[in-house]
Design a protein around this ligand. Structure first.
Ligand code: F0G
Length: 456
């Protein structure tokens, strides 16, 4: 059969609320043209993020009932620990309430002024947690990953020559860690090849620098390896995941993505001394070592989610549904990062609205137009999120101006996705009318969450 169906049936539904275009104009204005500030109830289809928005399975919900809420040594912790160990192979598994909590703990211990970190691309919270300690973070993405229009199988790969030069320049003793973000969220949800993980790991080992995976979407990455990299077609996704983690010394994880839950995360590692330091900080900031800011029931749901996410029927459906949306947009001439990534479609706003200069935030303009047209909430990943200012207050733009349509896991059906495509095609037809924006309020860090805008 050609049709790849949703590999589940629906037992419980949640109504979504319809609004009119007139209402949405008003809602946008009141939210300062920032979709993060719109009430979720005013959103018809929410593609703001794939984080914490998964639909849990009946097995996960029954795990919620079984959760052991003992303060110390809960049964649910040991189930969680063994599920994480099965995938990562790491010795020390530290639960956290989400990904950035793991980052905060790790980088507080190993960061600081005079330290330098490199990744294929750091996600914004990871970069923020590094910079918050006074250290510096560098993105060393492969050249091909910087070109939205070029189709290549592994656009999330790190530039290994750049990594060698980076180590020479800053000195191995000043580099506490290298990170590979799998898949590379900020670069379009593009996968990292096993070859690249192996090469980066070898360079790190040679220089005695630990390699960590930012593992949020490890299963999607593994499935791309199975589909695209020679030698992996006959391996199971679980085996591929285990090989990916085997080259790393640890991982930070937001379970809100590929553990198919609404909250949770972990820090996994092999270095005992570092693990003890991180655990001590965990106790101060998150909670005791066997719950780390989560309830026992959350740990149960994560353990179950980790079993479900490596199911190949699930991953085939997951990767295909993103590709399906991508194909519809491409066939209507809409510029997106090609090929489609694992969890989202990224519209290239520079080509979508070329008449809007980057300092007027074309991505923000397209994002607002998509909401106004069809009640769909997307997310700007461009100069609003990553832009900085030079000494004279002039914008240093982001590498790309993107609009992300992140698809929650197991939440929307094919007809929802057809509707999303229809709305975006309509906005594209009228793209000449899109206007630029200026910022009227911004916070000093992670400004995209709370900034307010005015139409120019
Ligand atoms: N690393 C990556 C690659 C991420 O995508 C995220 C979150 C985090 C770390 C932080 O995890 O949210 O649990 O603290 N990404 C979400 C997103 C927010 O929308 O892409 P967290």
């Amino acid at each position: 059969m050609k049709t790849i169906i949703e590999p589940f049936k629906i037992k419980s539904v949640e109504p979504i609320r319809f609004t009119t275009k007139e209402e949405r104009k008003e809602i946008l204005k009141n939210a300062g043209y920032n979709p993060f500030l719109i009430h979720a109830d005013d959103v018809l289809i929410d593609l703001l993020t794939d984080s914490g928005t998964s639909a849990m399975s009946s097995e996960q919900w029954s795990g919620i009932m079984k959760g052991d809420e003992s303060y110390a040594g809960a049964k649910s912790f040991y189930r969680f620990e063994s599920a994480v160990k099965k995938i990562t192979g790491d010795k020390f598994i530290i639960p956290t309430h989400q990904g950035r909590a793991a980052e905060k703990i790790l980088f507080s211990v190993i960061g600081g002024k005079g330290k330098y970190f490199a990744a294929n691309t750091f996600f914004d919270t990871t970069r923020a947690n590094i910079e918050f300690t006074g250290a510096e973070a560098f993105d060393l993405l492969n050249e091909i990953g910087k070109h939205p229009e070029i189709r290549a199988p592994f656009k999330g790969d790190m530039d290994v020559d750049a990594l060698e030069s980076f180590i020479k320049k800053y000195g191995r003793e000043n580099i506490p860690l290298v990170v590979l973000t799998v898949t590379n969220n900020s670069g379009g949800g593009q996968p990292v090849s096993m070859k690249n993980i192996r090469e980066v790991s070898a360079i790190c080992k040679k220089n005695n620098i630990p390699l960590f995976l930012d593992a949020c979407r490890f299963a999607e990455n593994a499935y791309f390896i199975k589909l695209r990299e020679e030698g992996y077609q006959n391996k199971s996704v679980l085996e591929i995941c285990q090989e990916m983690f085997s080259y790393a010394d640890g991982s930070t994880m937001s379970a809100k993505k590929d553990a198919l839950v609404n909250i949770g995360g972990w820090l996994s590692l092999n270095d005992e001394e570092l693990a003890m330091k991180c655990r001590n900080l965990l106790i101060v900031t998150e909670g005791f070592v066997t719950y780390g800011g989560l309830a026992g029931r959350d740990l149960e749901a994560i353990a179950q989610g980790l079993e479900e996410v490596v199911d190949e029927h699930y991953l085939q459906y997951r990767i295909r549904s993103i590709e399906y949306l991508g194909e519809k947009l491409i066939s209507n001439g809409i510029p997106i990062i090609e090929p489609p990534g694992g969890h989202a479609i990224y519209i290239d706003a520079k080509r979508f609205a070329p008449h809007i200069p980057v300092d007027q935030f074309p991505g923000q303009s397209v994002t607002c137009a998509i909401y106004e047209e069809g009640g769909i909430r997307a997310c700007e990943i461009g100069s609003v999120m990553f832009g900085k200012y030079d000494k004279n207050g002039k914008l240093i733009p982001a590498m790309m101006e993107l609009v992300r349509l992140a698809i929650p896991r197991r939440v929307y059906t094919q007809s929802h996705i057809d509707y999303v495509a229809e709305v975006i095609i309509e906005v594209f037809k009228n793209r000449d009318k899109l206007k630029g924006f200026e910022i009227v309020y911004e916070a000093p860090m992670l400004r995209h969450f709370t900034a307010k805008f005015r139409e120019i």
